[in-house]
Design a protein around this ligand. Structure first.
Ligand code: FSO
Ligand code: SF4
Length: 537
């Protein structure tokens, strides 16, 4: 195996025998083969589409498969065998349009052992040239991000045919000998498709669940049995709340589900009690002390401990061997009765954290409703600067930097955040500036679009270019959705973004050079130096 798609990759280079995330070698290889076959489907389907004979459903299959392969989504080998067989069936349902097709378009195993053998040789290292490999993988990770966000929009009925077509164009391109400019162009185009996808998802969420409102969320517990819901899928939360109503079972959000509290659709639901715990990597302790069942709707799941394994349920793209999986029926309905009955037999959750309230729901509509006070505060100097500190949290010690940076920010600065990175500073009690919270939590990483809308509106209000605003970007990344968000920001022309806590292993020195020269992208350094740079006097 060789995998270097996430920030926690072994020694900053690549996982080779087992993933730091817990993914084993066999699973990692099967993931490589599934991606290889998705590339093959794409090549064949793009050619067939030109002749009006394409399979319009292939895009959905490919994107759901890519979502499955993101970090901390699915560790279940059986699921990958199944997807590999489905991929071959989808591909072979598309008429062949040329004679000299790539191996990814024609390879077919006669028996299971051939799958394992093939899976060992089609991975990342099958591309020899370091820079070509870097650009291809950067594109594939961006496409994984697009696929994840698109999945959330599509299950709410919001689709855009151009997005799956681009995903196939991008995947197909990685089997071709393109020059550096062509590959770089596709990477930047992926950022543009990312903006479009995030906008689609924003529309899907706000149309379905209402426009988020600035909301205070409790982190204390009640003395009743409960279910913890984690991941990003708001539709799953909606169905769970409908089914737990009147059962005496409470529901708490975990990790990236926290922003759900800001949506009007979930307000006034008396058994949606509050948020439990912090970001994804604390789950081993938090799932233990929660006592009740946990439903994981998307990333990030970490290999569960035996002590609570029987209480963890997965759904949708998520999977882990031995965990109970809840599937949707043909109409998309999920029956959560097993998890609700399970909860009734469990003790109530034990309190965690300092019990302080959290603020969320500071998405674009809510913040722009404060446009007057915000622009006044900038004009009169009460707000000197905004720092976008969005992205992911992670378990490495270097991430302490983000907590320390937030603590060291001067009192006339405001943090704009989205994603699970917020847990590093949303309970620090950073206060407000004339009623404007100093940590404006726009929501999930899925809601990063809000940060762009806010920045664009400020630029318009002040009649300046987006790069002339008093805004600095100090982004923390972990997995591939964050890669896409970064590409989306670059596509919007945002310069001088700082990323950390380490640079992606998949960005080669030459590719990094391009990003530094064209966009001023850089890595974080010390709190002191970065403060001087990002918050000039
Ligand atoms: Fe965090 Fe995990 Fe939302 Fe990611 S929960 S790390 S970018 O999957 O998705 O922010
Ligand atoms: Fe390693 Fe990250 Fe890949 Fe897991 S997802 S195998 S930790 S690089």
């Amino acid at each position: 195996m060789f995998c270097y798609q996430c920030e926690e990759t072994l020694n900053g280079k690549g996982c080779t025998k087992k993933g730091i995330c817990g993914k084993d070698e066999g699973t990692a290889n099967l993931i490589d083969l599934l991606i290889y076959l998705c590339k093959g489907i794409s090549v064949r389907n793009m050619a067939a589409m030109e002749k009006g004979a394409g399979n319009p459903d292939a895009g959905t299959f490919i994107m759901d498969s890519l979502f499955t392969t993101l970090t901390n989504v699915n560790f279940d080998k059986d699921r990958y065998y199944q997807l590999i067989n489905e991929a071959i069936a989808v591909r072979d349902s598309i008429p062949k349009t040329g004679d000299a097709e790539h191996d990814a378009c024609t390879w077919k195993p006669k028996e299971k052992s051939e799958i394992e053998e093939k899976a060992k040789v089609v991975g990342v290292l099958s591309t020899d040239n370091e820079d070509v490999r870097s650009l291809r993988e950067l594109l594939v990770y961006g496409l994984k991000g697009v696929s994840a966000y698109y999945h959330h929009a599509a299950i709410l009925g919001f689709t855009d045919d151009e997005i799956p077509v681009f995903v196939q164009k991008g995947l197909a391109s990685t089997l071709k000998d393109l020059n550096v400019d062509e590959m770089t162009g596709l990477v930047l185009e992926c950022g543009g498709v990312g903006v479009k996808t995030l906008e689609l998802l924003d529309r899907a969420h706000t149309t379905t669940f209402g426009k988020p409102e600035i909301t205070t969320v409790k982190t204390t517990v009640r003395d009743r049995p409960a279910i913890l819901i984690s991941g990003h899928d708001l539709l799953d939360l909606k169905m769970l709340l409908e089914q737990t109503k009147g059962t005496g079972v409470d529901v708490y959000t975990h990790g990236e589900m926290l922003p759900a509290h800001g949506y009007p659709a979930f307000k006034g639901t008396d058994n949606l009690v509050g948020n439990y715990g912090r970001s994804w990597w604390h789950q081993k302790e938090e799932f233990e002390s929660f006592n009740g069942p946990v439903l994981i709707t998307t990333n990030c799941i970490v290999p569960p401990k035996d002590s609570y394994k029987d209480r963890v349920y997965t759904t949708s793209v998520v999977g882990y061997p031995g965990l109970k999986h809840i599937k949707a029926d043909e109409k998309g309905y999920k029956d959560f009765s097993a998890i609700i009955e399970h909860a009734k037999k469990c003790s109530p959750p034990e309190a965690v954290g300092n019990g302080s309230d959290l603020i969320t729901g500071c998405a674009h509509d809510a913040v722009l409703a404060l446009a007057g006070p915000v622009t006044d505060a900038i004009k009169n100097g009460a707000i000197r600067r905004f720092i976008v500190m969005a992205g992911c949290d992670g378990r490495h010690r270097e991430r302490e930097y983000y907590t320390e940076f937030a603590k060291a920010l001067p009192a006339d600065t405001v943090i704009l955040t989205a994603g699970c990175a917020k847990y590093r500073y949303n309970s620090l009690g950073l206060g407000d500036i004339g009623g404007i919270p100093r940590v404006l939590d726009a929501g999930q990483c899925n809601d990063s679009y809000s940060l762009v809308v806010i920045a664009k509106a400020l630029a318009e209000a002040f009649g300046v270019d987006i790069n002339e605003l008093p805004v600095s970007y100090n982004i923390a990344w972990y997995e591939q959705k964050a890669v896409l968000v970064l590409l989306a920001l670059l596509n919007l022309g945002i310069k001088n973004i700082t990323i950390g806590p380490v640079l992606p292993a998949f960005v080669s020195p030459a590719v990094l050079d391009v990003l530094v020269k064209n966009f001023g992208l850089g890595k974080n350094s010390t709190v002191e130096d970065d403060l001087k740079r990002m918050v000039p006097k």
